[in-house]
Design a protein around this ligand. Structure first.
Ligand code: HEC
Length: 449
């Protein structure tokens, strides 16, 4: 709230004030009373916690097993990128992180339980939105031309994320009581690493750089027992370093698959698309128009050219900020993830500033299919836009009230799904499994589906 108020001094337009009021309304709502669960509900909640997916596995295909037996303690570990400065050598830094993530995981096809090299864990309580074969969850689909000029339908993207052992110790604290998360004072320790594989049903014609891609998984994304083949398109990484230069220490980076690399192992064909260590909060539309670029990140110029058809301004993220090929160009990695909070039943904060403030919008080119960023002419309300591009202090919450979940949107999602389940328990008389439709259209698809 403090930061919102101090920003409100900059907030002069009526629209900006209205938005602040809306944020403040959620801020001033009374804090959610601590819930006391009955014994039966607790027992059922613990059963739910152990579930990997809602629907059954398919014959002759792998069967996803969640790994959420979180360790209380981390093991001492020297992170290989410790001596690489991500601001001056972003590409080298990213490659070191990528090697760490792939080690022991590529050989076992990402069945974390079998990794002999390092411990990795899944976020808990995402089973209501996971498909059963690979544990994938629904992601924002790629709009027309986002993947290449030849892409003329919206493609489907599905993903799975993991945390290293350091990160999992924070999950251990939240889920100490398996039946009820405790998010108070949540923070990840330094050395936390998270990664996410994003797969697509795009064809070679739609995304020519996917040719030769040998990370191809079958998955039950339609929920009808007829699996669809998906291939690796993007790998996201997030690393929590020590805070420095007034920034909170989070570094988010991304890679895309390019078969033209010609390596036999798909992991070696991943190309860094960029890295973000801050949201470049003071970077304005006028700066962008003057040809400047955000300073708290690095974007690979090769990636920018490859994905230049994804939006008329040819940028991966908002005003040239870093973002992934499948991500919404109105945002950036850190901007979207700074919204991670335990909303305690309240609605998620908006993903983007409204058009009236940012003058950036989606333009429909066919039903349900869009080009996304059009930078329209007109005055930009920079103070209001800036609310969405802040570098939060460690522990600071996006809206100033709801507990910060330290940039983890999977933790936020898991806690939200747990609460939705609990509400149904309380409303109904007996156990009520979540509707299978929640797979096709997950509640509040936070990535801007
Ligand atoms: C517009 C919102 C949005 C943007 C932009 C975005 N993400 Fe995410 N991300 C999400 C959501 C929602 C989840 C959790 C749900 C899921 O995994 O499907 C997530 C999950 C993740 C995870 C798994 C751990 C976690 O924090 O939950 C990683 C790692 C990640 N994203 C990295 C990135 C990187 C790197 C970028 C930029 C290249 C990025 N994200 C851009 C919304 C976003």
């Amino acid at each position: 709230m403090k930061s919102l108020l101090s920003r409100s001094l900059l907030c002069r337009s009526l629209l900006c004030r209205l938005v602040l009021l809306a944020v403040a309304a959620s801020v001033l709502a009374p804090p959610a009373a601590a819930l006391t669960l009955g014994e039966k509900t607790k027992r059922l909640a613990r059963q739910e916690f152990r579930k990997s997916a809602q629907r059954s596995c398919l014959p002759a295909l792998p069967c996803f097993k969640v790994r959420n037996s979180y360790p209380k303690l981390a093991k001492p570990e020297v992170l290989p990128w410790r001596d690489i400065d991500y601001r001056t050598e972003p590409e080298r830094y990213l490659r070191a992180v990528l090697a760490y993530i792939g080690a022991g995981n590529t050989a076992v096809d990402w069945q974390l339980q079998k990794n002999r090299k390092r411990d990795w864990y899944h976020a808990a309580w995402m089973h209501p939105v996971r498909e059963p074969v690979r544990g994938l969850t629904f992601e924002r689909g790629s709009r027309l031309h986002e993947l290449s000029a030849a892409q003329t339908r919206r493609t489907n993207n599905w993903a799975i994320g993991f945390y290293n052992r350091q990160g999992a110790t924070a999950f251990a604290r939240v889920w100490r009581e398996r039946s009820q998360p405790d998010t108070a004072g949540f923070a990840f320790p330094e050395g936390t690493v998270s990664a996410k594989l994003l797969l697509t049903d795009a064809t070679d014609e739609e995304a020519p750089y996917l040719a030769g891609n040998n990370l191809a998984w079958q998955a039950d994304i339609r929920g009808n027992g007829q699996p669809v083949t998906l291939r690796l398109l993007q790998v996201d990484v997030a690393v929590k370093n020590a805070p420095r230069d007034g920034l909170n220490g989070w570094v988010f980076g991304t890679f895309y698959f390019d078969g033209r690399g010609g390596h036999a192992n798909y992991w070696d064909n991943l190309v860094p698309a960029g890295l973000e260590w801050g949201t470049s909060p003071t970077f304005t539309r006028a700066d962008f128009a003057a040809g400047q670029r955000p300073t708290q990140g690095w974007v690979n110029p090769v990636a920018e050219v490859l994905f230049a058809t994804r939006a008329p301004d040819g940028k991966l993220g908002y005003l040239g900020r870093m973002n992934g090929p499948v991500d919404d160009p109105r945002s950036s990695c850190l901007a979207c993830h700074s919204r991670a909070m335990d909303m305690q039943g309240a609605a998620d904060p908006p993903l983007f500033p409204p058009f009236a403030a940012s003058r950036i919008r989606q333009v429909s080119v066919a039903p349900n299919q869009t080009y996304e960023t059009v930078l329209a002419a007109g005055p930009v309300d920079e103070a209001q836009v800036a609310l969405f591009f802040r570098n939060l202090a460690p522990g600071e919450s996006f809206d100033g009230t709801h507990p910060s979940l330290d940039y983890s949107l999977q933790l936020a999602k898991g806690v939200e799904l747990w609460r939705a389940w609990l509400d149904k328990q309380v409303a109904g008389s007996g156990p009520q499994p979540l509707a299978p439709e929640s797979l096709a259209a997950p509640a509040g698809g936070g990535r801007g589906n």
